[in-house]
Write a protein that binds this ligand. Structure first.
Ligand code: KG4
Ligand code: ZN
Length: 359
């Protein structure tokens, strides 16, 4: 090798790497370009909310078709937005699970095709790992370990995030995810889908103590969440005709907060002191929940980190970023990597059969 090509090689070695990320595990089609220096060069996201709204939830077949239609042009757009070609990309990161399998396959196969065509490494990303590492994309100061509460329409987990690829599940749901419980409560109260923001808005006008509702598994030593019983209690309260909808919404939200805090206290007892408490997932938009989490963090002398909501909800920047975390560690995945409908982050954790759609 000549001196100048050695220099060129070492310059290439030293420059930030660029990863193209693809997300298609639920009802968001998303593509992003992110660098190992935490720069989001371009990103696009298309929600399928309108397609699924008439059904009150995500319909897997509709989701897979929408991803298949939108993904390729979206990848082109993102490359154009950043003024880059595949040549300039260092790796392709695609969600390989867990999630609705049809959609996951659309994204993963697209990622494989790009990786093959451009002769770049493929990183098959666990969607949950994307959520777990995304706070570090927004916050360069956030080191390992930290305690993560992941609460969305598909997930309800507490994870101790100890390093890239090192996750300890401290709790998961045995039935519904918390976002699902918000959505079902909204449906019962006739508020439409997605229900979280509507329930939060109505709850502001209600009394959180007005309706007696259960706190499932509160105080339990099992590291689990459960929201199915709470939802049934909300239904009974609504059908009784004895309560204002706003009081039901406020009481439900308070019960949810109490369950979260109780389970987080349990996780902190198990995990020991951790420097930071991080929240991610769509439910992190809820101000009452944020306030309660912040108070809990203060009580335990922890930093409270709530990344910008666009990074908390499903997006492709978090998938690209997980790639950015793994690539410098010399990791990549084979082109025959299989899409996985279920893929726990912590292989040691017991399987919970009823766990929320994507847990
Ligand atoms: O992360 P996300 O956008 O998608 C996944 O489910 O993965 O989360 C959406 C969920 C929905 O269930 C929605 O009702 C809930 O997050 N959500 C909220 C709020 N905003 C969104 N739940 C409670 N309060 C909110 N303000
Ligand atoms: Zn998600």
């Amino acid at each position: 090798m000549t001196g100048s090509s050695t220099n060129a090689a070492s310059r290439a070695e030293g420059r930030p790497k660029i990863v193209l990320g693809i997300e298609s595990s639920c009802d968001e089609t998303a593509v992003a370009l992110v660098t190992t220096e935490r720069e989001i060069l371009a990103q696009r996201i298309a929600s399928q909310e309108a397609e699924h709204a008439p059904y009150g939830g995500v319909v897997p077949e509709i989701a897979a078709r929408a991803h298949a239609e939108r993904l390729a042009p979206m990848i082109e757009d993102v490359m154009q937005d950043a003024g880059l070609t595949l040549e300039n990309i260092d790796a392709i990161a695609a969600t390989a699970g867990p999630g609705l399998i049809g959609g996951v396959m659309v994204g993963l196969v697209s990622g494989k095709a790009l990786a093959m065509a451009a002769d770049k490494p493929l990183l098959a990303i666990n969607h949950l790992e994307g959520h777990a590492l995304s706070p570090r994309l927004a916050d360069a100061e956030l080191g390992f370990p930290f305690l993560l509460l992941l609460v969305s329409g598909g997930h309800c987990q507490i994870l101790s995030v100890e390093g890239v690829g090192e996750y300890r599940r401290m709790a998961t749901t045995i039935d519904d995810a918390l976002g699902e419980a918000f959505d079902k409560t909204a449906k019962i109260l006739g508020l439409g889908y997605p229900g979280g923001p509507a329930v939060e808005k109505l709850a502001k006008e209600g009394d959180p103590k007005a309706v007696p509702l259960p706190r499932p598994l509160k105080g339990s030593k099992e590291s689990h969440f459960s929201f199915a019983g709470l939802k049934s209690a909300v239904l009974r309260a609504a059908e009784s005709g004895k309560h204002e909808a706003a009081d039901i919404a406020a009481s439900f939200q308070q019960a949810a907060v109490d369950c979260l805090i109780d389970r987080l206290e349990m996780a902190l007892r198990d995990a020991g002191p951790l420097p930071a408490l991080v929240v991610a997932g769509g439910v992190a938009a809820n101000q009452t929940i944020r306030t309660a989490l912040e108070a809990l963090a203060t009580k335990h002398g922890m930093r409270f980190v709530a990344p910008p909501l666009a990074l908390c909800t499903d997006n492709a920047a978090m998938i690209a970023w997980a790639g950015c975390e793994r690539l410098p560690l010399g990791q990549s995945d084979p082109l025959d990597f299989k899409a996985r409908p279920r893929w726990p982050l912590d292989p040691e954790a017991e399987t919970v059969r009823g766990a929320g759609v994507k847990a």
